[in-house]
Design a protein around this ligand. Structure first.
Ligand SMILES: Nc1ncnc2c1ncn2[C@@H]1O[C@H](COP(=O)(O)OP(=O)(O)O)[C@@H](O)[C@H]1O
Ligand SMILES: [Mg+2]
Length: 1020
């Protein structure tokens, strides 16, 4: 159980009052009061939940809160009804033992609300189960409240019956079915109500509902106030009934009937019976001779009742005013006097109502039964009247108080008697523990033959007995009862006696005890109703049916107390099979108002509910016990290592307990006995261990998983990286390309002009190229044509020498001379010459030979001559060569001259190089020498030596300088030679005039290309 402190500034508020160090009724009251003021309506007293009625909607039942309280037993949460529900459900599943909630308290203390909250939470906990059944359980409440609840001075919606709801679950906790039992329906409310109280809600709902449906007239109804059973001080006005929430509620009730699965016909019969009850209440009598009565209401009225119940009008009329018996073969009619007739009338109405009520329960149970097998777990919820002590206490109060006495005993037994036996059996010392046992008080009522109920039953069977004779007999038999709980009336004639209950002393007025106990309904009435043609009416009064067992059908009818006793025994039997959870509801004030605390009222309830007793008992007893085996299995982790397997013996239990630092525990023969708070201590320790275990498991699992998946993960990461890289590159490249494109576009736009020009130049270049190619082709053709020309044709002698004509007659083979050139014959020598007809220039050299003769003499081979040269021979046979380009004669072939010149220069170059090498060598030697002298100088100390060394170095420097200047002149000579070589080479080559055009184009292209700056590359 969670124990928490709330600091309110004025001392701590405890969640569990059993923790109070100073445990008195004052401190308990003070705590409860301060908690109530802080809207903390729930408080634990040990494992009992005290619930104070807030009389206002607090935000503590929301889905979130419910969620929070799921698995509440493992959490440190403030006290709550959900926590109790959760604990019971968990305990049921964990220990596979049936559980029950015993919810008690005064009328209006909040029992029914608490029951609803528990059902709400449990339904939520077993969500996965039978949802249809869950909805039905919720719906059942609607008409149970309509039929069983009424407005009282204590509570506007007071349940006038005790209710035991059993929810059945399969072993996994899914809800399987439910059973509802009812106890002590306050049927006297039909005919009699105290001031300020109302009849059962259903009658007002019926009125409003039939009005809305326009069926009031059909049922002979007009206004609620026309009817005896709906009149009286505190009854709602006609207006209030007919135009208020009742109409809406009626529709809900009818809707629920339909949803649950009641047949339409049955619902209609039930409505007929309810209307009949109202009409029965209006039957009136008048005294007649011979202690008889005459009915004063109209026949029409009676006929309507007969019609509604589908019974014989005559028989009804007779059964109301008299009873008939066959005595010794003769039919004897006994008339009722006015009082008896009225009692018979009301008994009829009450019986019909009570049987409808029982029938509803039976039908509900048939429907809610579900598919529960025998092997199921049960959660029981008992919502029953609390202890009552009014100014006038009658038989009903007595039954209620005995029920509470019995429940208190159940409680005591739970806590003490079982314990005592257990302690004994286990050899545990219980000398320190005081027991309170109210068995004697119960015996006072229930024991045969000398109990109050036995005496009452016996007296009820005597026609001559009276309430006084009953009181006298009780006085005689019980005054010295061992319980010492019976106190006789002060005067012998008083119709009263006093009982000291566990919760207080109550004076009972024994007036009408016999009549109430007989609970007789005339046999005639039963027969008339059993003969009804309405199946439901006849079924409810069928003398052979067992279903109406609460009202015995044999001749000697079961008395009220006998029936009560049977159901009480049954209830206790059921409760004893369960592990109980106690909820004590407390009413903070009588006015049903929020935030109002009436100390006396609360104090009285605490006494009645046994809470004060409980605290003492709880503190004294060992309420928490476990067999060794279970104890060791559950808690060994507290003292032993996980893998250790200690013996399941008392020694092991001792070790665990001392490890847990429990004090005041005892170890019996088979079980460990602990105080109620030890469960919490152990659970805390166990939780620590198990959370550590979970943590370790987590780590190991994580490790295994990590190992298993790390390679996968790595691969995945690599892949991811690759993808990311790829995407980054793609993106960057994309961006770069876009940028580059943009820039290019810009440049492109700027270069539009250049491009136009370039196109022009390109075209020109292409044209020039084409021209050149054409010329080349022509030249090749011409060369081809003269390939087989005779090499030499000697001219006629002229000026004493001959000239070898070479290819002057090219025109024969390669077409005419290009204009403005013309080929002519020199008359004197008979030799061809060529004339430019525009410039009038003449030449011996065929202008076309510019193309096909080699220009560089060094490139010629054999007799071949370069362009512009001729071979000639003097008349005396000396061969020489003519250069027509400068008109000079040469004794040798120009190639020979060129070669010689080249060789000469090469030789000169070699000489100069050798000279330079020589100088360099000299320089190297000199420098070495100088370095050596400088070394000596650095080491020398003698001044003359130093001076000498300086002198020598200077002399060497002079020589070096001279050598250098000589080397330089050699080198310049070498450069000049190189220049000469270059000049000669250039001279030997001519420039093709067409080539000039091509060069210009090339130069332009180069210039344009250089202007286009290279695009900047971005490094990635
Ligand atoms: N937990 C609660 N929160 C708010 N109001 C409550 C609570 N418990 C009871 N009440 C109020 O008190 C009234 C009486 O409660 P009820 O459960 O009918 O009492 P009992 O069944 O003990 O006679 C309810 O109608 C409701 O108005
Ligand atoms: Mg109630």
């Amino acid at each position: 159980m969670a124990t928490m402190m709330h600091d309110d500034g004025a001392g701590g508020l405890l969640d569990n009052l059993a923790e109070l160090s100073n445990l008195t009724s004052e401190t308990i009251l003070d705590q409860l009061k301060r908690r109530y003021e802080a809207n903390l309506i729930y408080t634990y007293v040990g494992d009992i939940l005290v619930a104070t009625n807030p009389y206002q909607m607090l935000p503590i039942y929301t889905e979130e809160v419910q969620e929070m309280y799921k698995g509440a037993s493992n959490k440190q949460l403030p006290p709550h009804i959900f926590a109790v529900a959760d604990r019971a459900y968990e305990a049921m599943l964990y220990s596979q033992v049936d559980q029950c909630f015993v919810i008690s308290g005064e009328s209006g203390a909040g029992k029914t609300e608490s029951t609803k909250k528990i059902v709400q939470h449990i339904v939520e906990l077993c969500r996965a189960g039978n949802t249809e059944l869950e909805d039905r359980i919720k719906t059942v409440n609607v008409f149970l409240e309509a039929f069983g609840n009424a407005k009282t001075v204590m509570n506007n919606n007071s349940s006038r019956f005790g209710k035991y709801l059993e929810l059945r679950f399969d072993r996994s906790g899914a809800v399987q079915g439910a059973t509802l039992s009812h106890y002590l329906l306050e049927k006297s409310r039909i005919s009699f109500r105290n001031d300020g109280e109302q009849n059962f809600h259903i009658f007002y709902q019926l009125f409003a509902g039939l009005k809305d449906e326009g069926r009031l007239e059909h049922y002979g109804l007009a206004k609620p106030s026309d009817h005896n059973y709906l009149r009286g001080a505190g009854a709602p006005s006609d207006e209030q009934v007919l135009s208020s929430h009742f109409g809406q509620e009626w529709r809900e009730v009818m809707g629920s009937f339909e949803f649950i699965g009641f047949a339409k016909g049955q619902t209609n019969s039930m409505i007929d019976m309810l209307v009949a009850i109202l009409h029965i209440g209006d039957i009136t009598f008048e005294p007649a001779p011979h202690d008889s009565v005459t009915i004063t209401c109209t026949d029409k009225h009676l006929a309507l009742i007969a019609k509604l119940l589908k019974i014989s009008f005559e028989e009804l009329k007779n059964a109301i005013v008299a009873t008939r018996n066959i005595t010794r073969g003769e039919l004897v009619t006994r008339n009722f006097d006015e009082e008896k007739a009225a009692a018979n009338r009301d008994a009829t109405a009450k019986a019909i109502y009570a049987r409808i009520f029982s029938w509803i329960f039976r039908s509900i149970n048939d429907i809610l039964k579900g598919n529960a097998s025998h092997d199921c777990l049960v959660l029981g919820l008992l919502d029953i009247f609390g202890f009552e002590n009014f100014k006038i206490n009658s038989l009903e109060q007595m039954c209620i108080n005995i029920t509470n006495e019995q429940l208190q005993q159940f409680f005591n037994q739970h806590i003490f008697v079982y314990e005592q036996e257990e302690y004994k059996k286990e050899g545990v010392d219980f000398s320190k523990i005081d027991f309170v046992d109210n068995q004697a008080t119960l015996d006072l009522f229930l024991k045969k033959p000398q109990g109050i109920f036995s005496i009452l039953d016996e007296e009820s069977r005597f026609p001559k007995a009276t309430d006084l004779t009953f009181t006298e007999k009780c006085t005689a038999a019980l005054t010295s009862h061992p319980s010492r709980a019976f106190k006789p009336p002060r005067s012998q004639r008083d119709l009263c006696f006093t009982i000291t209950h566990y919760a207080g002393t109550v004076e009972y007025q024994s007036t009408n005890f016999l009549e109430k106990n007989r609970d007789t309904l005339s046999q005639d009435v039963i027969s008339v109703l059993a003969a009804s043609t309405d199946p439901l009416v006849s079924q409810l009064f069928d003398p052979t049916a067992n279903a109406n067992a609460t009202v015995s059908t044999n001749k000697r009818q079961q008395s009220l107390t006998a029936g009560f006793k049977v159901s009480l025994v049954d209830l206790v039997k059921r409760l004893k099979q369960c592990h109980p959870h106690f909820v004590r509801c407390i009413k903070p004030n009588a006015e049903q108002m929020a935030s109002r605390w009436e100390e006396d009222l609360v104090s009285r309830q605490l006494t009645y509910s046994g809470v004060l007793e409980t605290i003492k008992i709880r503190k004294m007893g060992y309420s928490f016990r476990l067999p060794f085996q279970e104890f060791v299995t559950r808690y060994k982790i507290i003292a032993y290592k996980f893998h250790e397997n200690p013996m399941q013996s008392s020694e092991t239990c001792q070790v665990i307990c001392s490890h847990a630092k429990l004090d005041d525990y005892q170890v019996g023969h088979n079980k460990v006995f602990m105080k109620y708070n030890h469960a919490e201590v152990l659970a805390d320790l166990q939780r620590e261990q198990s959370s550590a275990l979970v943590f370790l498991q987590k780590i190991v699992k994580a490790h295994v998983a990590r190992t298993k998946f790390s390679s996968l993960l790595q691969e995945k990461r690599k892949q991811d990286r690759r993808v990311t890289d790829f995407l980054t590159i793609a993106e960057t490249r994309g961006t770069t390309c876009t940028l580059r494109m943009d820039k290019l576009k810009e440049e492109d736009a700027a270069k539009q002009e250049d491009r136009k020009w370039l196109t022009r130049v390109k075209k020109q270049a292409a044209r020039a190229e084409a021209r050149r190619a054409q010329k080349e082709a022509e030249r090749q053709a011409r060369l081809e044509a003269i390939k087989n020309e005779p090499a030499k044709v000697k001219t006629l002698p002229h000026n004493g020498f001959f000239v070898w004509e070479r290819a002057e007659h090219l025109d024969l083979h390669v077409g005419p001379l290009p204009p403005p050139w013309k080929k002519k014959i020199d008359k004197r020598t008979n030799r061809h010459y060529f004339k430019n007809m525009e410039s009038k220039v003449t030449t011996w050299v065929d202008p076309r030979s510019y193309e096909y003769r080699k220009h560089d003499p060094l490139e010629t081979q054999g007799d071949e001559l370069p362009y512009g040269w001729d071979e000639a021979e003097t008349e005396d046979g000396v061969v020489f060569y003519i250069n027509h380009l400068d008109g000079t004669h040469h004794p040798e072939h120009p190639r020979v001259t060129a070669q010689r010149k080249q060789e000469q220069i090469a030789k000169e170059q070699a000489e100069q190089k050798a000279r330079a090498d020589e100088r360099r060598e000299t320089l190297r030697v000199l420098r070495d020498k100088k370095r050596r002298l400088q070394g000596q100088l650095a080491e020398a100390t003698d001044s003359t030596a130093i001076a000498n060394l300086h002198q020598r170095i200077e002399a060497i420097d002079n020589v070096i300088r001279r050598e250098i200047s000589q080397l330089e002149s050699v080198q310049s000579a070498l450069r000049i030679l190189q220049q000469v070589l270059e000049n000669q080479r250039r001279k030997r080559h001519r420039i093709d005039p067409d080539r000039a055009v091509r060069w210009a184009a090339a130069r332009w292209l180069a210039k344009i290309r250089s202007r286009r700056a290279p695009v900047q590359q971005t490094a990635f």
